[in-house]
Design a protein around this ligand. Structure first.
Ligand code: CAA
Length: 402
């Protein structure tokens, strides 16, 4: 199956069963898995070892229309529904977590424009993203504003028909590689969250520069850098939505995209489980494969059980995301906020446990870089931290109990 056609075949399939992907989704999974194994997996260890951007993955994803599948068809995108987007991210993360941040962060960065931007802004910025000519990053966090996102200091001051931005954004995924940045900044310091507005900033805007890449435990192939804004003048029509709506847009975006982090966690965990399953069949101790021992079988059973529970929750969350139609901004699902946080929290905790157990099952070999499970364990850790720590997810869930 042509993958591009596969993504388009599931476009707008909002009526998929809550907990079970349609046949088209499973066909999409098979195609993305084949592509990921052929074109992305062979480079995953080197990308991690050398902490370099996975250019081979980007090229393969762009060639197959998989780099930003969520962009609506009206703007030249594949228009994949939320579940199809999850499946694409899951299958890429199964072989390389760093590469899965390409479709995931393209969605995160551009969703504010899709949800709240005017038609001109959508046409201008979504077209190049859909074509693969530009990537999109999301700039919310700052050195002193992580979990307390509304405590940000980056300032935007009106000057005629422009806004002038000053500040520092930290932990920005794909910074330096992306052409476009959604930047949240304070336009009225008296109003806390209601005084924050969102803007599109371009890499080429005068006054934009980047810090040194962070030296990280995992997702080493995905650059994480600071973004410096030094008197950056952006035209007023680059504000996303109305003045003072930026924080709400940022939070609405995370309601949808925390599900993509859950997807990433599922993929990493599936990769580790698949590897461990194969290993225990081959590895012999006491005269038989270690997989013949019940203690090992019980570990694998627990890993598979946790993974499947996380997958069901993630797909249920994706169904809710799809009901709030991303293309049109219409529709609603009162439980999306809870489900997005729950899926991200549950799936990332499951991924941490499953990858740790995979290392255990490989024994001393699992602890070396000659086998991929230690990379998967290191990569899983970030899914418990970014797009809101799992402690923040619990705050969000508690405030939005179903
Ligand atoms: N949808 C719409 N609007 C929302 C909303 C939502 N889900 N959540 C909040 N809002 C709006 C509301 O209008 C609210 O005002 P009202 O009182 O009128 O309802 C306003 O925002 C303020 O909301 P809160 O009072 O809940 O704000 P708070 O200061 O208490 O913060 C928080 C809440 C949940 C802790 C929030 O700050 C948060 O999510 N923090 C974590 C930030 C985060 O996830 N950062 C991730 C960075 S991106 C990243 O990691 C990307 C990457 O690298 C891949």
């Amino acid at each position: 199956m042509n993958i591009s056609r596969g993504v388009r075949a599931v476009a707008g399939a909002a009526d998929f069963d809550l907990y079970r992907p349609a046949e088209e989704h499973e066909m999409l999974r098979e195609s993305v898995r084949a592509l990921a194994e052929a074109k992305i997996a062979p480079h995953a260890a080197a990308v991690d070892e050398e902490a370099r951007f996975p250019q081979e993955a980007l090229d393969a994803l762009v060639a197959n229309d998989l780099h930003a599948v969520h962009v609506p068809e009206a703007y030249g995108g594949a228009g994949a529904d939320a579940l199809a987007t999850v499946i694409v991210i899951e299958e890429i993360a199964r072989v390389c977590a760093s590469s899965s941040l390409i479709p995931a962060v393209n969605k995160l960065g551009s969703l504010p424009v899709i949800l709240s931007g005017g038609e001109d802004l959508k046409k201008k910025y979504l077209g190049p993203l859909a074509k693969g000519d530009a990537m999109f990053s999301y700039c919310l966090s700052e050195p002193d504003a992580g979990s307390d996102a509304a405590g940000m200091k980056t300032r935007a001051v009106r000057d005629g028909d422009h806004w002038v931005l000053n500040g520092v954004k930290r932990w920005i995924t794909n910074a330096g590689v992306s052409e476009y940045y959604t930047v949240m900044a304070v336009t009225d310091p008296e109003k806390r969250s209601k005084g924050i507005s969102a803007f599109v900033v371009e890499k080429g805007d005068e006054g934009v520069s980047f810090g040194a890449p962070e030296k990280k435990l995992g997702i080493k192939g995905s650059p994480t850098r600071e973004v410096y804004l030094d008197n950056v003048r952006v035209p007023a029509d680059r504000m996303i939505g109305g003045e003072g709506t930026g924080f709400a847009t940022a939070m609405q975006t995370l309601d949808h995209t925390r599900i993509t982090i859950a997807a990433q966690a599922l993929g990493i965990a599936q990769g580790a489980l698949d590897y461990a399953k194969g290993y225990v069949r081959e590895r012999k101790q006491f005269g038989k494969p270690v997989g013949d021992f019940q203690g090992v079988q019980f570990m694998l059973a627990d890993m598979a059980m946790k993974l499947e529970a996380a997958r069901q929750l993630t797909y249920a969350a994706a169904a809710r995301s799809e009901r709030v139609s991303i293309g049109t901004g219409k529709g609603s699902d009162e439980q999306l906020t809870f489900f997005g946080a729950a899926a991200k929290c549950y799936a990332s905790d499951a991924a941490m446990e499953i990858t740790t157990d995979a290392v255990q099952l490989l024994g001393g070999y699992g602890f070396t870089r000659d086998y991929p499970v230690e990379r998967m364990m290191r990569d899983a850790k970030i899914t418990q931290i970014y797009e809101g720590t799992n402690q923040v997810q619990r705050i969000v869930m508690a405030r939005n109990l179903p």
